[in-house]
Ligand binder design. Sequence first.
Ligand code: AMP
Length: 306
Amino acid sequence: MSLLVVGSVALDSVETPFGARDNALGGSATYFSAAASLLTEVGVVGVIGDDFPIEELAFLRDRRVRLEGLEKVSGRTFRWKGKYGFDLNSAQTLDTQLNVFETFDPKLDEWARKADRIFLGNIDPELQLRVLDQVQNPKLVAADTMNFWISGKRAKLLELLKRVDVLLVNDGEARQLSGEANVLKAARAIAKMGPKYVVVKRGEYGALLLHGAETFHAPAFPLADVLDPTGAGDTFAGGFLGLLDRLNTTDVGALKQALVMGSTLASFTVEQFSMDRLRELSMVEVMARFGSFRALTHFDDLDAIS
Ligand code: AMP
């Protein structure tokens, strides 16, 4: 199976109540591929500038991530600057510099065009559409977006939503996109815009999956030490789609496992700044935490006392 991601490969400057990092490795495609590559074959489409420290991506190569679609052009790499308060669920964006993304025109090679599953990471919806125009009959197309594009490129985003199977957004984005305050109502309203499956990522409150009349909820793994939530959403998406690609199905059971895999992987990302935890992560650790998730959420029916 194969999974293509298009998204940002970035240098992030992040401040949380527990520390700060400048120009650390980040970006939606980077977090996504670091997570998904633990589960399946992943290829990246994106762009970096000539200031990008390419050795930072060596660990992705070690995980056999295809980086042939990562173009290097002259100019500055995409940069994002954000800050979190004690409520680590929402980032305050201090600065977004699109830089080389402003003129990026994604061109997919043969492998990328034939990928089984596609993740259109958080970038300009016009670029997401251009990628979609080049793929050949994928089994599943998923997309992410954020407030920056919901307010800045709404019409293009709505055009995109008609062509995706899964939209993954956080609760703030779901509310902004739908105009509904209640998350369930928001997910239902988004489903009417096109996607068959809507996943709402709710930070420390877990994630919700809506599929037709069915809903499923996975909690977030309870952690005492969260240092930096940056990338949790993209890591979640990497775990979710990575597992669906590995299992090669979207039946309801697999979707539920994928939601828990997303939560499992995201729980590692937030334990350290930038990609520090994901970089070293092994499948043995992932499977152990996936198992803890089951233990944490399993309970017996009350038939025994009826
Ligand atoms: P999240 O998983 O939602 O925490 O996403 C974090 C990543 O999104 C960061 O590493 C940023 O580099 C990246 N990012 C932030 N804003 C944008 C944007 N407007 N376009 C593309 N990527 C972005």
